[in-house]
Design a protein around this ligand. Structure first.
Ligand code: OGA
Ligand code: MN
Length: 253
């Protein structure tokens, strides 16, 4: 297992901490093992095609399919092109000043730059509120800072599980600029996995078992396939809302 610390933040790490944001920003991710990639099965029967989630979910087994149909929800076309542009217009001036990090010592994300933002213009606040209203039940305490992760065309995110100490049961991500394939692999049984097609302007809501029991990764261009079809990868930006860690995960021990 390797360890990754966001460039902005050099927190003290334990060996188990792989991905980390600043403690004060309460944003740390613990990664699972960095395993080899599995191929995705390319199967389709009439019965399976009747399941609408087959458009974006391709699971290795029935149990994984049941779990992820419930806990990994994709809203395709969540953003209009205008809304995508509005978000980018606000974020780009800052993002463009950062350089992509390559070959970082921990090697958990390749070719990325990232930031966090609390204040948004009114239009974008409305868009993000729509994300939150879908992702979180009323009254769910949420992280005030929204995470923005930009990976270059060559960039990718290796398998990890976000740290339970620093974020709660739900991770909601907008997928901007490019389609991408996310892969989920069961932490305890690497033969159970799924590919998730994240189209440009879609929203994913990863929660509960999908968030805790499966590692997630965003595949590099060379592996970017869904049901046998090549999914072209370009520079891709995600805007990610998370909820506060659950009380049972925030003890100091
Ligand atoms: C992360 C992560 C996924 C994404 O930042 O921990 O997994 O959609 N991001 O960018
Ligand atoms: Mn993650």
């Amino acid at each position: 297992m390797s360890t990754y610390v966001s460039p902005a933040i050099r927190c003290a790490l334990t060996q188990s901490v792989l991905r980390s944001w600043c403690k004060s920003r309460r944003h740390v991710v613990v990664c699972g093992s960095l395993t080899s990639h599995h191929g995705t099965r390319n199967r389709s029967t009439a019965a399976e095609e009747a399941k609408p989630f087959h458009r974006y979910l391709d699971a290795s087994d029935a149990a994984t399919e049941d779990i992820l149909a419930r806990d990994m929800i994709i809203h395709e076309d969540f953003l209009s092109a205008e809304e995508e542009k509005s978000l980018l217009d606000e974020v780009e001036p800052y993002m463009k000043r950062l350089r992509y990090e390559h070959d970082h010592w921990d090697d958990a994300i390749h070719g990325y730059r990232e930031t966090e933002r609390r204040k948004w213009n009114e239009r974008n606040m409305t868009i993000l509120q729509r994300v939150k209203d879908l992702a979180f039940p009323p009254g769910t305490p949420q992280l005030a800072y929204i995470h923005i992760l930009d990976i270059s065309k060559e960039g990718y995110i290796k398998p990890h599980v976000d740290a339970v100490r620093f974020c709660g049961n739900t991770i909601a991500g907008l997928n901007l600029l490019s389609s991408a394939v996310m892969k989920l692999v069961h932490e305890k049984d690497k033969d159970r996995f799924a590919s998730i097609l994240l189209r440009q302007r879609s929203l994913y809501i990863m929660k509960d078992s999908a968030r805790y029991d499966y590692t997630h990764e965003v595949l590099p261009e060379s592996q970017s396939r869904f049901r046998g079809q090549v999914i072209p990868r370009d520079r891709r930006m995600s805007i990610i809302c998370r909820n506060e860690p659950l009380p049972e995960h925030t003890s100091d021990s």
